[in-house]
Design a protein around this ligand. Structure first.
Ligand code: GLN
Length: 446
């Protein structure tokens, strides 16, 4: 009730929710009370959470931030939604997001932009900006997000939260509307590393319904919180501290690194020489996969259908033309072009080769160090409208996060001070399956 009341009172300013499920939340909370009374409560029993509106929720609209799915009520729950409900979480509602998760500022949503609670003239980041704004304003204690190129970590950074993008295959993508299937991964956005660990415990695990899910035991991510960082080897990728990085953000990151040294970690410089190729490779691979995934929205099977189509072709063209926003159309066109006959080898295949080089950079770095530290985003939260006319500038807000998705590695953003009075995110990248180590290091720092 307390959280629902805060949503009611404050979300008019933030626009972080697309749908609030007050009635079912109160019913689920009553069930949780009963379980608690019966002595059957786990750590998440009765804990309210919000789901990014990309996760299918049975009987509840799942819009993916798009006019295309404005009328779509999912007939089933995503695995993440099922698992969290089974752990006792109470869903407060569905959070706003960039349309089909394409964006870094939450300004491409059909439902209007989300505002950053730290300064409502500024963006909360994206694409999981509704989840981040909701948790930052304490409209929910925790939320789910998805990260294809930074969409958990960057909004967590811009709103002063802890967000974790797990290793690819750790969290099921079943029922999570696909943007770029080889990059998408769900994860938690929370107020602390400990909260993120509790949420990841519920989200993670093998799912036979997702062919890219990996059958590997899920540790208790809270079990190692509080272990010493003595001997932890930290690498600072020199490419993450170059031109384009706001000096105040750099100063906050360096101060955090000194804290880690004080906690017993050793620090050295490392190199990820192909870093400059991550954004260009991503903007071939992600649109290519998006153009293929979004072909299912044809005005026939799901969602929006144009008025009075003349024939089938008109139905396709107008339903897609009217149902998708500008950024989604831009991605579909780039991706379709990159995959077309005669260009496939020059663009898609080349981008996949670059992707391998980027993974190899990380593999070499993790031969020398345990974790990599750097900024999550080059600047703190920018103003609404500041980058909307220039897609390339917008794409560069993910310059430090995108390589992690191309390699399938886990990455965490944690709050590390302020720049110009706005939160700064510190990104911590680990080797495959090192979520527990990342969460513990963030917890010790916090
Ligand atoms: N900002 C990046 C994009 O627009 C990443 C989005 C994401 O991680 N979903 O594609």
């Amino acid at each position: 009730r307390g959280f629902l009341e805060r949503i009611e009172r404050l979300d008019g300013q933030l626009n972080s929710f697309i749908t609030v499920t007050a009635e079912s939340a109160l019913a689920a909370a009553a069930d949780a009370d009963a379980r608690r009374a019966a002595g059957e409560a786990g750590p998440l029993t009765g804990i309210p959470i919000a789901h990014k509106d990309i996760f299918c929720t049975e009987g509840v609209r799942t819009s993916c931030g798009s006019r295309m799915l404005d009328n779509f009520v999912a007939p089933y729950n995503a695995t993440v939604v099922e698992r969290m409900a089974a752990a006792g979480c109470v869903m407060l509602g569905k959070t706003n997001m960039d349309e089909f998760a394409m964006g870094s500022s939450n300004e491409t949503s059909y439902y209007g932009p989300v505002r950053n609670p730290w300064d409502t003239d500024r963006v909360p980041g994206g694409s999981s900006g509704g989840s981040a704004a909701a948790v930052a304003a304490r409209l929910a204690p925790g939320a789910t997000g998805t990260d294809t190129g930074g969409s958990i970590r960057q909004p967590a950074a811009l709103t002063g939260l802890t967000g974790l993008k797990p290793t690819y295959g750790r969290v099921s993508r079943w029922g999570m509307i696909a943007f770029a299937s080889s990059l998408d991964q769900g994860g938690p956005i929370a107020a602390s590393a400990e909260d993120a660990a509790l949420l990841l415990n519920a989200m993670a695990g093998f799912d036979p319904r997702d062919s890219t899910s990996i059958d590997r035991a899920v540790p208790d991510y809270t079990a190692h919180l509080g272990e010493s960082l003595e001997g932890l080897r930290i690498g600072l990728p020199k490419e993450y501290f170059g031109a384009g990085l706001d000096p105040e953000v750099a100063a906050a990151v360096h101060a955090a690194v000194r804290e880690f040294e004080a906690l017993g970690a050793s620090v050295r410089e490392v190199s990820l020489p192909n870093s400059h190729l991550a954004v260009p490779a991503y903007y071939v691979v992600a649109p290519a996969e998006c153009s293929s995934n979004l072909s299912r929205f044809d005005g026939v099977r799901y969602g929006y259908r144009c008025e009075a189509p003349r024939d089938l072709e008109d139905l396709y063209k107008r339903s897609r033309g009217e149902g998708f926003g500008a950024e989604v159309k831009r991605r579909i066109m780039i991706g379709t072009y990159a995959l077309s006959a005669g260009y496939y080898d020059a663009y898609y295949l080349k981008a996949q080769q670059v992707r391998r080089l980027i993974s190899d950079d990380f593999r070499r770095a993790f031969g020398e160090v345990d974790v990599l530290l750097g900024p999550t985003a080059p600047t703190p939260a920018f103003r609404l409208g500041e980058k909307t006319d220039d897609p390339v500038t917008m794409y560069l807000s993910d310059i430090y996060t995108i390589a992690v998705n191309l390699a399938g590695l886990p990455g965490l953003s944690l709050p590390a001070g302020f720049a110009a009075g706005l939160p700064v995110g510190l990104q911590m990248i680990g080797d495959y399956w090192s979520e527990a180590r990342l969460l513990n290091a963030a917890h010790r720092y916090q």
